[in-house]
Design a binder for this molecule. Sequence first.
Ligand code: 13P
Length: 284
Amino acid sequence: MNNGDFLRDMLAKADREGYAVPSFNYSCAWDFLAIIEAAEEEKAPVMVASHALVFNMITPEINAAMGAAAMAKANIPLIHHLDHSDEVAICNKAIDLGYPSVMIDASALSLEDNISAVKEVVEHAKSNKVCVEAEIGKIKGRGYEGGYGGDDFLAQVDDAVRLVEDTGVDTLAVGIGTAHGFYEGKPEIHFDRLEEINAAVDVPLVLHGGSGIPEADIRQAIKGGINKINVGTIIHCTLMNSFRKDLIELGDNQFTLDIARPAMDEVKKVVKGWIRKCMADGKA
Ligand code: 13P
């Protein structure tokens, strides 16, 4: 059964074997399905995730049912995840609806308030064996999955240790210079800080802001202790740009399915590229 323990095992295997589990953000049925098709063809363990905004818009019940059906049907290790919820209540709703994995992102709050929000979610998640991800430091940039424009983004080692020890959280997203949305210029990733945090805490670390990070940096991040890598913007944009291209070429009044299949195929190419960058191909 694909519960939190199943994900814990997936991440431990990735750590032992030196790859990362990619987590792809979807925003509709078409990219959701394309991600899973691509992962099955690559024989890769993956996560499909949606931001809390998508979770609320599709509705929690429909999201949860879609995820549960996909996990039951998949021929690969597949985990459905709630990404970036800044509200405890939304995480708890997802847990109650059977999500195996949720993220409580209270990184905008003080360390004390971050810890108390994470504690609340971990407490609720325990009896359902749900995996909980928290965030320390801040993910820069601006994208569908969130944004931060200040300079105070870098995760502090002592804060990471306190957050993990005080809450018992399962995985930790670290602010080390990566950004949501597309990068302007080359990402400046603080690999030294990543290694310090990895040496100080005993939980899998998560890299956010995947879209646009060069392959060499992805490989270095995995070496430095990253076990899960989140990719969103390039998925949404590939889907929408394919729709736009086909509508311009074919004209108005197209049937959705005729342009959805080519858009899914474009998304699949991107997903497969990311699975290989994470070295997760063939690891199912
Ligand atoms: P990108 O949208 O920059 O790929 O980041 C995705 C992400 O980190 C989701 O949490």
